[in-house]
Design a protein around this ligand. Structure first.
Ligand SMILES: C[C@@](CO)(OP(=O)(O)O)[C@H](O)COP(=O)(O)OP(=O)(O)OC[C@H]1O[C@@H](n2ccc(N)nc2=O)[C@H](O)[C@@H]1O
Ligand SMILES: Nc1ncnc2c1ncn2[C@@H]1O[C@H](COP(=O)(O)OP(=O)(O)O)[C@@H](O)[C@H]1O
Length: 304
């Protein structure tokens, strides 16, 4: 089961709610960088996990891993405690990079286990289970382009199938999502700013046009200042991408991965080449989006 990473073309962050989450309007965009999740049956009712690839040596394989939690939640929901599985994950999405790799693994485990165990779970129910595991998990199931509201879990699929070309610049380390949201709260309070989670309608219209030059000036990430504050090297990475000709550069979600929008495939090749030796950039990859998630047909495309 191949599950894509995401970037946020717009991440409009509102105030912190009483439950500790922030209200959002975010335009999710799934890109061609995937974690692979496989579930193989076992008869002893145990759920085990082995991981390889990007950052996997830093992750526990016990019941704190999002993929194991996903399998346990699905089994509990099915009311079949005897169901077992060996989960195997090949990671390619940068760990703690703001590209929702953990959410992709949880989404992959839900779908792979549902198939393995022969459970007929309607896609809408899978999305609801995903939302219990993390705010980004429903989008990892859906993929494509989607507007996320609430804490990011309420999804409206968006039109816009023309591929956009991106260069992804991974950082040598990760950033903690809660720490970035906390820094966002501190910075907005300090600067007297009013957080605004209004829907970015201009960006949504530009995305529908498929013209990267229309999309570029409308990319927006309200968490970017907080991520750069916690990881000052990101400012140089963003500058380096613009210096080698990217149409626009932005921190992906809570960071520290930076993504650069390019005009077409050739341009992406040139930008990737220019960025590959930039200081503070661990790895550079070219990707396109949108790409479908494993439950792509779960919801109809909406007009917002
Ligand atoms: C910032 C975003 C943008 O898509 O993703 P990443 O860039 O980290 O991948 C998301 O909002 C992250 O979603 P996800 O990583 O699933 O977060 P969760 O597990 O639900 O929550 C982790 C923590 O992040 C904070 N959080 C998350 C979502 C939200 N709308 N408001 C928040 O304040 C809370 O502190 C929460 O305890
Ligand atoms: N299977 C998993 N893959 C990645 N991270 C996981 C996984 N299970 C739990 N986590 C936890 O989720 C955190 C966020 O990881 P990740 O989803 O890669 O980044 P981000 O939230 O920035 O997109 C990790 O630091 C780790 O503690």
């Amino acid at each position: 089961m191949r599950v894509p990473a995401k970037i946020n073309l717009a991440l409009c962050v509102g105030s912190r709610r009483v439950d500790g989450f922030h209200d959002l309007s975010t335009v999710f965009h799934a890109v061609s960088l995937w974690d692979d999740v496989v579930a193989v049956g076992r008869r002893d009712g145990r759920i085990t996990l082995t991981m390889s690839g990007e950052g996997s040596e830093l992750l526990p394989c016990d019941e704190t891993n999002l993929a194991v939690r996903a399998a346990l939640l699905l089994r509990e929901q099915a009311g079949e405690p005897g169901l077992g599985a060996d989960l195997r994950i090949e990671k390619r999405v940068p760990l703690a990079g703001g590209m929702a790799g953990g959410s992709a693994d949880a989404a992959g485990a839900l779908v792979a286990c549902a198939r393995l165990w022969g459970l007929d779970v309607p896609p809408g129910e899978l999305l609801a289970l995903g939302a219990q595991l993390g705010s980004d998990v429903p989008f990892s199931l859906l993929g494509g382009n989607a507007l996320g509201r609430g804490r990011g879990e309420r999804l409206h699929p968006l039109a816009g199938a023309v591929p956009l070309h991106w260069v992804v610049a991974a950082a040598p380390d990760g950033l903690s999502t809660p720490a970035v949201y906390r820094r966002f709260d501190e910075l907005t309070a300090h600067d007297g700013l009013v957080p605004d989670s209004g829907v970015p309608t201009d960006l949504i219209a530009a995305l529908e046009s498929g013209d990267p030059r229309e999309v570029a000036p409308l990319l927006r990430n309200d968490l970017q200042a907080a991520a750069v504050d916690l990881h000052p090297g990101l400012a140089a990475t963003l500058d380096a991408g613009l210096a080698v000709g990217a149409l626009a550069g932005i921190v992906s979600g809570s960071g520290p991965t930076c993504v650069f929008l390019c005009a077409d495939e050739r341009h992406a090749g040139a930008v990737a080449g220019g960025l590959s030796s930039a200081r503070g950039v661990r790895a550079v990859q070219r990707v396109t989006g949108p790409v479908p998630g494993p439950c792509a047909a779960a919801l109809p495309v909406a007009r917002v």
